[in-house]
Design a protein around this ligand. Structure first.
Ligand SMILES: [Fe+2]
Ligand SMILES: [Fe+2]
Length: 269
């Protein structure tokens, strides 16, 4: 049994594609075909695949459905984390997504005879949505939330050094960070209340912005003793080093955006 992860699939089977990098970059050409091939070669049915956000360009659930169907056809148990582009997923309605695309909450398929909700939704397998909850993996709890990082605008001097930033946007960013931190704490605390002591923490956004060496997210990872912090969102080569990579204060940090991994799922455990 293994745990794999990757983020930023940015699927668009139905939604119009406007992202220039996806239209032009070689790494993005037929990326969904490459990714599916790598998944089939690597992932077995008893494995878990956690998708770390930005699943779909769909602006509504209806537009995202072919993308969710594609994900449901991949091997293994699929857990989805919310990304900034996942417009189909209202954080406050995560329970509704879980009811519709997995079995009813709290029940297993064996408990509920007849057609499972995910089969009714025409999916090939259930999808599990990670938000204000957690999912067990062996003796680990998989916890997470979208997160947030301030991404500017930054003001540069002539030699390219950052000498300031948009303070209004930074103030707004702080509010979003606090809200996400609260959601992350709920995820950790539910797992801890159920007896879990080992954690893998997932964020869609990097844990720090480009000026920070630590953040409220890295401190929470340390507070709960998360072994690894997995994040995505940074794509395009110029963004791959926006945040922490490797070990810091006993926590391992790993970027798993799809183009960074060239669509090969990353093995966490
Ligand atoms: Fe993305
Ligand atoms: Fe993103």
């Amino acid at each position: 049994m293994s745990l794999y992860t990757i983020g930023d699939l940015h699927l668009h089977f139905l939604a119009p594609l406007k992202a220039q990098n996806q239209l032009k970059d070689r790494v993005w050409k037929n990326h969904e075909k490459k990714f599916e091939k790598y998944c089939r070669a690597l992932i077995r049915e008893d494995d878990t695949l956690l998708l770390a956000g930005d699943h779909s360009w769909g602006r509504t659930l209806q537009e995202a459905m072919p993308d969710l169907k594609y994900i449901s056809e991949l091997p293994g148990r699929k857990i989805l984390l919310r990304g900034n582009h996942d417009m189909f997923w209202d954080a406050a309605k995560t329970d509704q997504l879980n009811e519709r695309f997995s079995a009813s909450p709290g029940s297993t398929e064996a408990d509920s005879p007849g057609t499972a909700a995910w089969q009714d939704a025409d999916l090939a397998s259930p999808l599990y949505f990670l938000q204000n909850n957690y999912y067990p993996y062996e003796d680990y709890a998989l916890v997470g939330t979208k997160g947030f990082t301030f991404e500017g605008p930054f003001y540069l001097n002539r030699s390219g050094r950052i000498i300031g930033w948009d303070e209004e946007k930074e103030t707004h960013a702080r509010k979003l960070i606090e809200r996400e931190l609260g959601r992350l704490r709920i995820s950790f605390e539910k797992a801890r209340a159920d007896g879990y002591r080992k954690f893998i923490m997932f964020l869609h956004y990097p844990p720090t912005d480009i000026l920070e060496e630590e953040s409220v997210f890295t401190r929470m990872a340390e507070e709960f003793g998360a072994e690894q912090v997995i994040y995505a969102h940074s794509h395009g080569e110029s963004r791959f080093h926006d945040s922490i990579l490797g070990e810091m204060n006993g926590v391992r940090y790993q970027l798993v955006s799809g183009d960074f991994l060239k669509w090969h799922p990353y093995q966490v455990l």
